[in-house]
Design a protein around this ligand. Structure first.
Ligand code: GLU
Length: 563
């Protein structure tokens, strides 16, 4: 547009606005467009206001086909801009030392399926790998057999597939125990770790008093000998711990000579035969180093671990990855604790890991939340270190952007009552499958004398309604008994009398439909064609988006997604 005459600019802005929104634009909107695109005109505001009115009048005089043709001919880029959906990419802050690519990892414990809290780490790390290029490792951290659910290995992979993460390789820590054992031996030889046979309680007291335990200064040979006895199981569970030598004067007692390996006899590990297990801080450092991890994005709850892990890096003389710790995220309204979820499932309180009252990704999927909505919502939260609470509204808004353009529309009538409409001939309603996409066509609803109406909306104060896409109905009340009669086809008349526009179903043809929400069930009827939408999200008009979960001879079961 640069260099064009002000009058032309105003005309084109008015034209674009008219093509985009239909009808004739408001002067304020056109002036606003021009001022923001051309701040140099701001001093001429008064003149522009007058010229804008003229431009709008010129546009108003054109037929709508003519408007499109003129805009395409005179400013094709403005025409395209109406239809090009701008990719709204959330820009994450740069990571230092990432210019030449990154190696990052997502490291869940296989104790259950992934939930919305995991999605944050999973998606943020994924986004950075995509941004800088590199490898994205899925690392299954299963070195605590007490926290392993054998079924979770598969569930975690399914959840990652659903999220569409760009994982380039997968490692499972229980398959790498010999590597950790080897590093432990090296660390003992370097004097960075020792094998402690003190009673745990006694060690704790010494640690609180910043005092070394007798094992701390035993010779390397003795440590190596004890380590062999751990491995050959001469030493038993509870008798021994490998400790990392840190700083006994560290102000935080949790940093002082923290444990790195232990013996566990039970429960048996579902994948390997083992009894010596590394604790998280050791196996995480070993693998971050061995796998070449360059950047770690994880929650603030790991800050103390980052401090502990630095001691291990220093003993080995390894390069420390770049860390970012994001703030805590409170998530209300769903159950997230794996143990509570498991208990509830076992007790029959929840139907399974995808029960919609849970915060698992599979529960979100079940109720029609798309993986891209989860990703966008999580990216919008970002990696800031302020504590926040997760906004379901934002997730729903992201999801709505995705489902609204694709979901077909249908009528659902809650708690239906049958009404006979006197004086109406058979009619056929042609309701659009999608109001923004006429090409998708219509569904037909045949009226043959009776309709199903939402009982709760037919109250004695209602005397006129419009059955959507059909005709108007007059309601006459005899006490609490309504009589329904045909009152013409005119939508204008319905609008003039402010009649409620009501979704309805043909009395002779509907299917039973239950909508399950997090709070409970909503029972009603819907169009038979909804049965063809199994597995998809549709919009029940004036109710909200729902995912069609099951279809059988008894009808349809749907999960409520959001309004
Ligand atoms: N497996 C650890 C966890 O799920 C993650 C370890 C890490 O990110 O360093 O908490």
């Amino acid at each position: 547009m640069a260099g064009e005459h002000l009058r032309d600019i105003l005309f084109l802005c008015a034209l674009q606005n008219a093509v985009k929104h239909g009808g004739v634009p408001q002067a304020g909107a056109v002036v606003g467009m021009v001022m923001s695109a051309h701040p140099e005109f701001r001093p001429r505001a008064k003149e522009i206001a007058t010229l804008a009115k003229e431009a709008i009048a010129d546009v108003a005089a054109l037929s709508s086909d003519n408007r499109v043709a003129q805009l395409q001919a005179r400013a094709p880029e403005m025409y395209d801009a109406i239809y090009v959906k701008h990719e709204h990419r959330t820009v994450l802050p740069d990571l230092e030392s990432a210019e030449h690519g990154v190696v990052m990892r997502f490291a869940p414990n296989p104790s259950g399926p992934l939930h919305i809290g995991h999605a944050r780490a999973a998606v943020l790390n994924d986004a950075y790998v995509k941004q800088y290029g590199g490898r994205y490792i899925l690392r299954i951290e299963d070195t605590d057999p007490k926290r392993v659910d054998p079924k979770a290995y598969e569930m975690v992979k399914e959840d990652i597939g659903w999220l569409g993460l760009g994982i380039t390789e997968t490692v499972t820590q229980s398959e790498r125990l010999p590597l950790y054992y080897d590093l432990c031996r090296q660390l003992i030889e370097k004097g960075g770790a020792y094998v402690c046979t003190c009673d745990n309680e006694h060690f704790r007291e010494l640690k609180q008093a910043k005092t070394a335990c007798p094992c701390r200064d035993q010779p390397v040979e003795k440590n190596l000998n004890l380590w062999e006895k751990m491995l050959d199981h001469t030493l038993k569970e509870g008798e021994v711990t490998v400790r990392i030598r840190t700083d006994l004067n560290h102000p935080d007692p949790a940093m002082r000579d923290f444990p790195a390996f232990r013996i566990l006899d039970t429960p048996p590990h579902p994948k390997v035969k083992a009894h010596v297990y590394p604790l998280m801080n050791f196996s995480v450092v070993a693998d971050d180093h061995l796998l070449g991890v360059t950047h770690v994005i994880r929650g603030k709850d790991h800050i103390a671990n980052t401090r502990r892990q630095r001691y291990i890096y220093d003993h080995f003389g390894w390069k420390v990855p770049v860390y970012r710790h994001y703030g805590r995220m409170g998530i209300e309204g769903v159950v997230l604790s794996t143990s509570q979820m498991r208990l509830g499932i076992n007790e029959g309180k929840f139907t399974g890991w995808d029960d919609i009252r849970l915060g698992t990704l599979r529960a979100l999927a079940r109720r029609g939340i798309s993986p891209d909505a989860v990703k966008n919502a999580v990216l919008a939260i970002g990696i800031g270190d302020t504590d926040i609470s997760f906004s379901w509204d934002n997730l729903y808004a992201e999801n709505k952007k995705i489902v609204d353009p694709v979901a077909n529309r249908y009528f659902f009538v809650p708690d239906p009552v049958t009404a006979q409409i006197d004086g109406a001939k058979p009619h056929t309603a042609h309701a659009m499958l999608h109001p923004g996409d006429a090409a998708r066509g219509t569904r037909t609803l045949a009226f043959e004398g009776t309709v199903l109406l939402p009982g709760r909306e037919i109250t004695p104060d209602v005397t006129m309604i419009r059955l959507k896409d059909l005709f108007n109905v007059k309601i006459t009340w005899n006490g609490s008994i309504p009589t329904f009669s045909y009152a013409g086809d005119s939508l204008a008349e319905a609008r003039a009398t402010k009649a409620h526009i009501i979704q309805w179903l043909p009395g002779q043809e509907s299917v039973h439909c239950t909508i399950l929400t997090q709070e409970g069930e909503m029972s009603g009827a819907c169009e038979p064609r909804v049965k063809e939408e199994l597995g998809k999200v549709v919009q029940f008009e004036r109710v909200g988006f729902v995912k069609i979960d099951a279809v059988d001879n008894d009808g349809v079961r749907a999960y409520f997604t959001h309004t």
